[in-house]
Design a protein around this ligand. Structure first.
Ligand SMILES: CC(C)(COP(=O)(O)OP(=O)(O)OC[C@H]1O[C@@H](n2cnc3c(N)ncnc32)[C@H](O)[C@@H]1OP(=O)(O)O)[C@@H](O)C(=O)NCCC(=O)NCCS
Length: 139
């Protein structure tokens, strides 16, 4: 994990608990190029939730996030889950296009404003975003 941590943000690394979540890492010839944190419990919708999706800038538009999402779907199905959820910022058009393309739909919740200081791995970050929750039925 140290190799991945050196190359990518891994913002939720301190939330990773083997019994509660899974970190998926995308590799390109030995180099980590993307990650996704898959929370199994304690999620907004009560369904497994994909979080902390990030792809290295020079590896984008090559299907890495698509592959991470498919891996999350496969893992969720293998554990007996029928749905997968996530949230996306209203201004994040790349992520919206990605999840729309992959078949995620609005979960029907009110958009959630996230405003203020959040702590990621001990560091404070100012955020001002509005999150929309999406869900996909798995088959
Ligand atoms: C959003 C993000 C994860 C996409 O990763 P990626 O590996 O480049 O995405 P993929 O190559 O798998 O894209 C799959 C499809 O999603 C859509 N898509 C992805 N990025 C897009 C963009 N910038 N603009 C428009 N559509 C986009 C396209 O339909 C794309 O298929 P195509 O390339 O055949 O047209 C990446 O841009 C990223 O890490 N952004 C910063 C962090 C972030 O926003 N995370 C998501 C939080 S919800």
């Amino acid at each position: 994990m140290a190799l991945v941590d050196d190359a990518l943000p891994l913002n939720r690394l301190d939330q990773w608990r083997r019994e509660r979540s899974t970190f998926l890492i995308a590799w390109d010839e030995g180099r980590p190029v993307g990650h996704a944190h898959l929370a199994w419990v304690g999620t907004k919708l009560g369904e497994p939730e994909i979080q902390d999706v990030y792809v290295a800038e020079d590896a984008r538009r090559r299907g890495v996030a698509r592959a991470l999402t498919h891996a999350a779907e496969t893992e969720a199905l293998a554990r007996g889950h029928g749905r997968l959820s996530l949230s996306v910022g209203t201004g994040n058009f790349a992520a919206q296009a990605l999840y729309d393309r992959l078949g995620f739909e609005d979960a029907g919740l009110e958009p959630e404003r996230v405003h203020g200081t959040i702590i990621l791995r001990g560091e404070p970050f100012e955020v001002d975003d509005t999150l929309v929750y999406l869900v996909k039925r798995l088959s």
